[in-house]
Design a protein around this ligand. Sequence first.
Ligand SMILES: NC(=O)c1ccc[n+]([C@@H]2O[C@H](COP(=O)([O-])OP(=O)(O)OC[C@H]3O[C@@H](n4cnc5c(N)ncnc54)[C@H](OP(=O)(O)O)[C@@H]3O)[C@@H](O)[C@H]2O)c1
Length: 338
Amino acid sequence: MKEACIDTSNIPRLVLGSGQSIPAIGMGTFGSDKYGAAEVQAAVAGGIRTGYRLFDCAPVYGNEDRIGAVFEEALASGEVKREELFIISKVWNDMHGRGDVLVSLAKSLRDLKLDYVDCYFVHWPFPNYHAPGCDGNARNPNSVPFSADKFMDLWTQMERIAGMGLATYIGMCNMTIPKLEAVLPRCTIKPAMLEMEQHPSFQQQELFEYCKSRGIAVIGYCPIGSPNRPERDRACGDVADTELPEITAIARARGIHPALVCLKWAIQRPSIPIPFSVHEKNYLSNLTAVSGDPLSSAEMEAIRGAERNCRLVKGQVFLWPGARGWEDLWDLDGTITR
Ligand SMILES: NC(=O)c1ccc[n+]([C@@H]2O[C@H](COP(=O)([O-])OP(=O)(O)OC[C@H]3O[C@@H](n4cnc5c(N)ncnc54)[C@H](OP(=O)(O)O)[C@@H]3O)[C@@H](O)[C@H]2O)c1
């Protein structure tokens, strides 16, 4: 068996509510409409070689079949064992109808060349479809606001696929506290994980604490502030995490790239960051950074002050007719916006 570049026993782990410990850092696989499936495929192959064991996949990223070819080869060659991997996939917004979740997961499993995923997520809590790569001003006239009843119809299907052993855990993405309050009491199987945007300028402290107190592990997306995000996710007033004085001061003092400070912070919070990169130098240094020297409590405290309430993935393309603006997706006044 080939050894990974990084001793995987040095990579931090996070213990789930079930007691299982899983890698506390993963590799994202969304090419941001910039990197094609072949480049992401090569990054995943390099990621496994380097020591990554958790991969955040989704059918809407358009590359699960290419990533599956990497998993198949790595498992067949003995480079990695299935039980060492933690593979995530998600049901996209156009597959929320009755019976659709099983169809969607079956397709992902076929593409990923797996018998089960480790966690299957609801990608967005709305059945509001937009085509991959769409413009930021695109709107679907059939979009609807959040409905707890509709969400529970979907979640019951998620529970069923967990019961069938096709997903070890099930989880939710892009939720708010009011939405979680509406659905958690109705779940037979509670979400093991919540995937949410999380970086120093958008810490979502209240949601983070809410999950922590309920034993829900947090996966943080855009952990470096997604510098290459698609045009539709760029707005004037957005902050670059890697340029924040609180981050650059720590990076300078330690002689490391500001991106690595963001990742160390996420791990120590604790949460699971899933940075994306197609460049070996970057994805290797991300893994090395979190495997070494942690931030001090003074540095962690300084990063607390980097909060700027800067949500990058505003999700405006999911808005329904009559909605006022992207804020309506996020229940800012503490109640579900309808
Ligand atoms: N559930 C959801 O709704 C959702 C939404 C968004 C994203 N996600 C997931 O989260 C993952 C990560 O999000 P993201 O890709 O938007 O943001 P990100 O990981 O914060 O940023 C990725 C960018 O950071 C750069 N980078 C990575 N490591 C670096 C380093 N060490 N030094 C300098 N630059 C570095 C990369 O540039 P280079 O490529 O040039 O190296 C890459 O383009 C996605 O791939 C996806 O799996 C999930």
